[in-house]
Design a protein around this ligand. Structure first.
Ligand SMILES: C[S@@+](CC[C@H](N)C(=O)[O-])C[C@H]1O[C@@H](n2cnc3c(N)ncnc32)[C@H](O)[C@@H]1O
Length: 312
């Protein structure tokens, strides 16, 4: 099936990671692999493969995702590239990727030339109501981007959490100012046994906690709360922290890394990691952001920030 996901800042990603000024040409080391940690709809991976073919670069792309449906789709869509050996697929959470895991795929971490991570979820995932990621479509309270690799769906996590813990999730990942009343409402509904395993139900419950002026805002009243619950269920900040640590310790000097983030906390984590002058040399003083034209064509691009650095 066709993807609805539109890749963001593709030209910049390719130019910065694989272009003239990247390490690819300059290095004499036997660098061989480009890791796309977040394959998704495959837009960036496709652009990498096209660039590599066009410029006859001696590189193999590794397309990784935690979502098995993404991998299944890629098996079909990228069949010729997989058969040719120019693409290797990997189904893993990027925070779990270690040197031992890469070696099990036949990849020597010392031969990684560049890596890329486009954080968060894809349009295909949010539009699939069985995932329960959106309040626009009714579905189960699941939110796992990988039902295979993440054992606990949102409904069970909500049952197990205290209202203090929930409030902290809403505050930390969504800056939700009504976190106290929202978390209390969830715990009260569970105690009354009226709490339903439905995104529509949860969205209505959360919005009902807002004062009337806050319900009239431009963004839906459940937006921040849903975003924070998704980040929590998928341990997105923990995953990013582990990936940054892996790259800082395992990549060889000269490897380029790029991160496309959509959340302020994620961007801050990447920015802070790149400040370590013993490990990274930043590319550019500021992050790359999409221009007005890209945002008009793809509104999801509006909060994107791309940061790139070279391993020292
Ligand atoms: C924004 S989409 C990537 C879109 C892709 N660059 C494209 O051009 O179509 C993010 C993807 O990353 C995956 N993902 C998110 N967190 C992950 C993690 N911790 N480990 C592996 N994959 C992850 C999601 O399942 C999703 O498919």
């Amino acid at each position: 099936m066709a993807t609805k996901h539109v890749p963001i800042l593709t030209r910049e990603v390719i130019e910065l990671l694989l272009g003239e000024n990247s390490c690819i040409k300059a290095t004499r080391a036997p660098l061989k692999y480009v890791l796309d940690f977040t394959l998704g709809g495959g837009g960036h991976t496709r652009a990498m493969l096209d660039h590599i073919r066009l410029h006859d670069l001696p590189l193999v792309v590794v397309g990784n995702d935690q979502d098995l449906r993404v991998i299944d789709r890629a098996q079909e869509v990228f069949k010729p590239e997989i058969l040719k050996g120019s693409l290797i697929l990997s189904h893993q959470k990027f925070g779990q990727i270690s040197s031992a895991y890469l070696k099990s795929l036949g990849i020597d971490p010392a031969h990684i030339a560049a890596t890329f991570a486009d954080l968060g979820f894809s349009s295909d995932q949010i539009e699939d109501e069985t995932r329960g990621l959106s309040f626009m479509r009714d579905g189960p309270l699941d939110m796992r981007l990988s039902p295979e690799l993440s054992p606990v769906p949102l409904y069970d996590k909500l049952l197990a959490a205290s209202d203090h813990e929930l409030c902290e999730v809403f505050r930390a990942y969504g800056e939700e100012r009504f976190c106290v009343s929202m978390s209390r409402a969830i715990k009260q509904a569970q105690a009354r046994r009226t709490f339903e395993n439905s995104t529509k139900y949860l969205s209505d419950l959360l919005v009902a906690q807002l004062p009337s002026w806050a319900r009239r805002g431009k963004i839906h009243g459940a937006t921040r709360a849903f975003q924070s619950l998704r980040i929590w269920v998928n341990d997105e900040m923990g995953e990013l922290e582990r990936l940054l640590m892996f790259q800082g310790t395992e990549l060889v000097a000269g490897a380029r890394v790029g991160f496309l983030s959509f959340h302020e906390t994620e961007d801050r984590m990447v920015k802070t990691a790149f400040k370590d002058k013993n490990l990274w040399q930043k590319c550019g003083k500021k992050p790359w952001v999409p221009g007005r034209q890209e945002i008009t064509l793809n509104p999801r691009a509006r909060s994107a920030k791309l940061r790139v650095a070279t391993k020292l």
